[in-house]
Design a protein around this ligand. Structure first.
Ligand code: SF4
Length: 746
């Protein structure tokens, strides 16, 4: 459906739209109140492009992955009708993947949420006014809190909304509404990197710039199918003039492994042994940058002692990689002038994921590959604003990487926000998995889900749905009425999407980029920012957020929250400065020159720990949570299917173009030798089963997976019927990548 056809189907609204637009442009700088919403003919409040010429172009950052590409929106009458990659934007240099080109299509989908929906006595969701929706939301949540205490309501947020919206939600929930618990879906993708960096570096600080892709001579990609997961970052590697050695460590022969110089197809989840084995060889050969280690790190001797047991022959038995190849990898790292280590979900989503991530950090530290061009221990983020969520969502960290349990930190934040310190919780939030456990146990009875779809994406769905069914009240705030989670809701709040609102995203290389309004949200959908304002008003706590009238107002608050912290951006004056520079990386403290050049951290060898030294972190290797056996002889792996699909496909499935670019329908990859042994032919219907459930799929036979492995794309809604609810003990990130399974031909 186009915005024109929507207007045609609502002639009364269409007649009043122009007047409304004029009003809105005038009122944009004023506070949004429920009174404005009550006025007849008003809808899509604040969703109209207000700063753009009728026919023009403007650049906004993409709202899918963390690469943060700049997309040029081509406008007619102030409304975006097309997109193209911005050749001047320093991230993507004129390139975009299919999702970026098609980013407008999902906004026109038929299943957009146009009105608040409330589940009625007949069990169906029915349209209601915003007034009714807000009253019901607040009445239900307050009632739950009165009966069961402030901890009995919680929220689950996202890495997909603007940073300013995250700040508003985090402040509203914890300062305004008295909640203790809230987490983001970034727990599912980046929590491991956060925990690893905090312990090793003293702060959640991905050290790199994308320029490092082009400056390395040895690039080690671990559990990262960059070619399809982050295609533009792969393009940056392709621009590297050094003909770099590209080494992929991954159980599967992925598209990236196919394109690499060398592929180490390790046994699934044997990565910790593998990298300790590499460290063992480096240390045994004296291939250690002693001057860097002595000057800038702590704990090297204990680490060297720990990896002494990981002799190449023992590592060969654990990983399936011959000892001579392990030696070859260590030699490549030693001989490289600028070696960079990159990882993503293959590392983060494991049962001992933090220690694996830290084993890569350890390798970078012991070889002195950090702080110089082309180096680094580099976690590639997942969602477009996962980095915003990590630093500014006020979920399990207090704003700007602070600690709720630290009285000094609470005072700092209270002073900046102008609220009594006592309103800030003095305990950390439960993590996502603990919130679900809390629902199971009856401690949490009200849940607000914002811009995420755990009814598809959360691990081990049967247990998740059992928990959700126990809630007294579930509120889902989303663009669409048809997500698996919205269909479970008691109340759906219709949200504007990417391109229909303003704010900033922070990408993988710590770059703030601008999100702009280039479309009008349909129906009575509102920007998440405005929904939070209205909830604050309806709850009766709007006064705590006086002056938070626009996203840019909250950006100014963000600057103050960041001041003096490692992520200090007090030197960014406003949105116009971000726009003019093509995005700006943190840190950028006040007084530092605003420059377009790409920057990396730790060039001075000083880390964020108290003694300014990075810490070698390590632990014993732990056994697989669910090893294959005679009944379930396969290791089931999950991951991204293609570059044209995004997570639970709530958006990418809406684009006819994107749907043509990948295989449709459920499929499972199996190695040719296993298929032959089990009598499975290409495209046969098969059943894949784990101890949690089963699904039917078509067989795709090849050599992408090794014998004894199966691969399912995560985009199919049934995949998480099979996965095992196992979590890294430090980061609480779900271990999606491995469980035991069996397969049979139907
Ligand atoms: Fe968007 Fe990521 Fe594709 Fe760039 S690579 S266009 S940020 S989805």
């Amino acid at each position: 459906m186009t915005s024109d056809s929507r207007d045609a189907s609502a002639p009364n609204d269409r007649r009043t739209l122009r007047d409304t637009v004029q009003d809105l442009v005038r009122q944009w700088d004023g506070p949004l109140t429920r009174d404005l919403l009550r006025a007849p003919g008003r809808f899509g409040l604040g969703q109209v492009p207000s700063r753009l010429e009728p026919t023009a172009t403007t650049t906004l950052v993409c709202g899918f992955c963390s690469t943060g590409c700049g997309l040029t929106a081509h406008l007619q009458q102030g409304v975006a009708t097309n997109l193209s990659p911005d050749p001047r934007y320093p991230v993507n240099l004129g390139m975009a993947c299919p999702k970026g080109w098609e980013a407008l299509s999902p906004l026109d989908a038929e299943d957009r949420a146009l009105d608040p929906l409330l589940r009625g006595a007949n069990g169906a969701l029915q349209p209601v006014t915003w007034d009714v929706a807000l009253d019901r939301f607040c009445t239900e949540f307050k009632s739950i809190q009165q009966r069961h205490g402030p901890e009995s309501v919680a929220f689950l947020s996202t890495g997909q909304i603007a940073t300013e919206e995250m700040i508003y939600l985090g402040a509203l929930a914890k300062i305004g509404m008295g909640m203790i618990h809230g987490d983001g879906n970034t727990r599912q993708c980046m929590a491991t990197a956060v925990s690893a960096y905090k312990e090793s570096f003293g702060f959640d600080a991905p050290p790199y710039s994308y320029a490092d892709f082009e400056a390395s001579d040895v690039i080690v990609l671990v559990g990262s199918n960059l070619c399809i997961a982050h295609p533009i970052q792969w393009e940056r590697i392709c621009k590297n003039p050094n003909a770099p050695e590209i080494i992929v460590v991954d159980p599967r022969r992925t598209e990236t492994a196919e394109a690499a110089t060398d592929h180490y197809a390790i046994e699934p989840r044997s990565d910790l042994s593998f990298f300790y084995g590499v460290a063992h060889i480096l240390i045994e050969n004296g291939w250690v940058d002693r001057s860097f280690v002595d000057a800038h790190t702590e704990g090297f001797e204990a680490f060297a002692d720990h990896v002494r047991a990981f002799k190449p022959e023992a590592v060969e038995a654990a990983t399936g990689i011959p000892a001579n190849r392990l030696h070859a990898l260590a030699r490549s790292i030693h001989e490289g002038k600028a070696v960079s280590f990159w990882w993503t979900m293959g590392v983060n989503q494991g049962h001992e994921a933090v220690r694996v991530a830290q084993s890569l950090i350890d390798l970078a530290l012991l070889t002195g590959n950090i702080g110089r061009p082309g180096t680094g221990a580099n976690s590639i983020t997942g969602q477009c604003n996962a980095m915003g969520s990590r630093l500014f969502s006020n979920t399990t960290n207090l704003f700007a990487g602070r600690d709720f349990e630290n009285p000094g930190h609470r005072r700092e934040v209270a002073d900046i926000l102008g609220v009594p310190a006592g309103r800030i919780p003095d305990q950390n939030s439960l993590a996502y998995d603990e919130i679900i456990e809390g629902i199971h146990a009856g401690r949490i009875r009200g849940l607000w889900v914002v811009a995420t779809n755990p009814g598809h994406s959360w691990i081990e769905q049967a247990a998740f749905r059992e928990a959700i069914a126990k809630l007294d009240f579930l509120v889902v705030q989303d663009l669409y009425t048809t997500t698996e989670t919205a269909e479970l809701a008691d109340l759906v709040l219709p949200a504007a999407g990417w391109g229909e609102k303003e704010g900033t995203f922070i990408n993988s290389e710590r770059r703030f980029g601008l999100l702009q309004k280039v479309r009008r949200a349909p129906g009575r959908a509102l920007a998440d920012f405005h929904i939070f304002q209205l909830v604050a008003e309806a709850w009766g706590c709007r006064d705590w957020f006086a002056g938070w009238d626009t996203p840019e107002d909250v950006f100014q608050v963000l600057k103050e929250l960041s001041r003096g912290r490692p992520c200090d951006v007090s030197g960014i004056s406003d949105y116009a400065a971000i726009d003019a520079a093509g995005g700006l990386q943190w840190p950028l403290p006040e007084g530092e020159p605003v420059t377009r050049s790409e920057r990396r951290l730790f060039a001075d060898g000083r880390f964020y720990r108290e003694n300014a030294r990075a810490l070698f972190c390590f632990a014993p290797v732990s056994p697989l949570p669910e090893a294959p056996n005679a009944d379930y002889p396969f290791a089931l792996l999950t991951g991204r299917g293609s570059s044209s699909q995004w997570h639970t496909e709530t958006r990418t499935a809406k684009s006819a173009v994107l749907q043509k670019l990948h295989r449709r329908g459920p499929y499972v990859e199996i190695h040719a030798t296993d298929a032959q042994r089990l009598g499975i032919a290409p495209e046969d219907r098969v059943q894949v089963e784990t101890r949690r459930g089963s699904l039917e799929a078509h067989a795709v036979i090849g050599s992408g997976v090794q014998p004894g492995q199966l691969f399912l794309p995560m985009h199919d809604s049934n995949t998480n019927q099979l996965t095992l609810a196992c979590f890294d003990p430090i980061s609480h990130q779900p271990s999606y990548k491995h469980c035991a399974a069996r397969i049979e031909r139907l």
